[in-house]
Design a protein around this ligand. Structure first.
Ligand code: 5AD
Ligand code: SF4
Length: 458
């Protein structure tokens, strides 16, 4: 049998990007080649997201496209992995293109499933009824911690999951159903993994968790929290920046995390802590466990301990029953919070969540759209103000590589338009050599816009 190749397409969040990387490494280890396009792949995997309906719709239309490809290449194996696979299970086989359905807790089986599908030409299903149990399995931990163990980072940037799942059951959210309950990974495994990544040239590690700030691991007498992880990971040579997303607004561990941010130079001064709404009535209906005043108090505390902290938020507009007054509370909170940036989403009812079962999706689409635009416009003012603070300043940037427009601006000195990010997660664009990719650069900021800083290499 000639060497088979796999192509992985990713829909969704950073968690999903990490899963795609884990899956890619597993296939490579099993002797598969990785392919950049569907065209020359034997196996095509779609890593899916269920958080909003439009994310699922994009996957469904993509499956339509793959069905066409399969008509001329019937041997190609198509797999759906990730949250949608767990949510829909066998139902996905109704799409003609689909051969494999594999949920997030079953991901260690993916290579085996693909190999079976190629050999036997049969449909392969691996989702779990018992997601509560399965996402605590040793198999999953082994699969996860193997990533980076070959001492070969794919770039200067790596994601490391420190916890799986979520226990919060916000009424709109599907995550606890498809990713299971919170499980924190052992600190030792995380430290080992980051050491291996550092050996492979990784300089920045982003620690991932749905509620990463509630990381908690009990070993004998000692309870490890995220601040302990920061301390341990700060010791690792080669790692220069530690970031972490996403934080749930909660008092628990908050001060130690901020203190670590203030005291440990490697911990980046960036906090992504979604409020979701500024209305206490809506927060309650969302089963968020804080009021808008408590949330803003946390931000005051954060800025007291880490004066130059950059804070980002998420909002949902058009949650069931959201009135104009409720929406104005979100506007008011957004203004007071002075976010660096915010992600704003229109409420999308997700099957079997408490909100979908009990509350009518009664805010009209055009009202959701208007509120979305309203919050974005307010945020743009904040973002602009935040960016302007960097005008004329020097910033340290970890270079991601050529920007999307790089070719157009390439000049005779071989310089290209490069893009990188600062410690506070600001995007910076400047000209430089491609070889700077993956290294740190000093850039003087000469122009700013709400979401991007522009500068010159020093
Ligand atoms: N509808 C709209 N947005 C949602 N989010 C989560 N669930 C939903 C939903 N049902 C948003 C939240 C979360 C982000 C990842 O996605 O703002 O922070
Ligand atoms: Fe979803 Fe809430 Fe958990 Fe975030 S904290 S993943 S919004 S249930």
């Amino acid at each position: 049998m000639s060497r088979k190749t796999v192509h992985i397409e990713n829909f969704g969040c950073q968690m999903n990007k990490l899963d795609a990387q884990l899956v890619a490494s597993a296939f490579e280890e099993a002797g598969f080649g990785l392919s950049q396009s569907v065209k020359d792949a034997d196996v095509v995997l779609i890593n899916t997201c269920s958080v909003r309906q439009n994310a699922e719709q994009r996957v469904i239309s993509h499956l339509g496209h793959l069905k066409h490809i399969k008509e001329s290449r019937p041997d190609i194996i198509v797999g759906v992995i990730g949250c949608m696979a767990q949510r829909l299970g066998e139902e996905l086989f109704e799409h003609k293109a689909v051969d494999i359905v594999c949920g997030p807790a079953q991901i260690p089986k993916i290579v085996e499933l693909a190999t079976q599908a190629i050999k036997e030409k049969t449909k392969q299903l691996a989702v779990t009824e018992k997601i509560r149990k399965e996402n605590q399995s040793e198999e999953l931990e082994d699969f996860e911690s193997a990533y980076g163990a070959d001492g070969r980072g794919n770039s200067a940037n790596a994601f490391v999951r420190v916890m799986r799942g979520c226990n919060n059951f916000c009424t709109y959210c599907i995550v606890p159903y498809v990713r299971g309950p919170e499980v924190s990974r052992p600190p030792k495994a995380i430290v080992e993994q980051v050491k291996h990544l550092a050996c492979g040239g990784v300089k920045q590690v982003t620690l991932l968790g749905q509620t990463v700030n509630s990381y908690k691991y009990i070993a004998g007498e000692k309870t490890y929290c995220l601040a302990d992880l920061f301390e341990m990971l700060s010791e690792i040579d080669g790692i220069e920046w530690l970031k972490f997303v996403t934080s749930y607004p909660s008092q628990e561990f908050f001060v130690p995390i901020l203190k670590a941010m203030a005291d440990l130079p490697k911990v980046c001064k960036y906090l992504h802590m979604p409020p979701q709404s500024g209305s206490d009535r809506i927060l309650k209906a969302m089963n968020r466990k804080y009021t808008s005043a408590e949330y803003l108090d946390l931000l005051v505390k954060a800025r007291e301990i880490v004066p130059d902290i950059a804070i980002a938020g998420d909002f949902i507009v058009g949650f069931p029953g959201e009135t104009e007054d409720d929406f104005q509370c979100s506007i008011s909170l957004l203004k007071k919070a002075e976010y660096k940036n915010s992600f704003i989403f229109k409420y999308s009812p997700r099957p079997d969540t408490a909100a979908e079962k009990r509350l009518a999706d009664d805010v009209l689409p055009e009202v959701k759209k208007k509120r979305n635009i309203g919050l974005l416009a307010e945020q743009e003012k904040n973002s602009d103000k935040f960016s302007q603070k960097f005008f004329g300043k020097e910033v340290r940037v970890l270079v991601d590589g050529p920007s999307k427009k790089a070719k157009i601006s390439s000049n005779e000195m071989g310089q290209l338009q490069l893009v990188g990010r600062t410690e506070q997660d600001c995007i910076v664009i400047f000209e430089g050599l491609r070889s700077l990719t993956g290294s740190f650069a000093k850039v003087k900021i000469t122009r700013t816009s709400p979401l991007t800083l522009f500068g010159e290499l020093i």
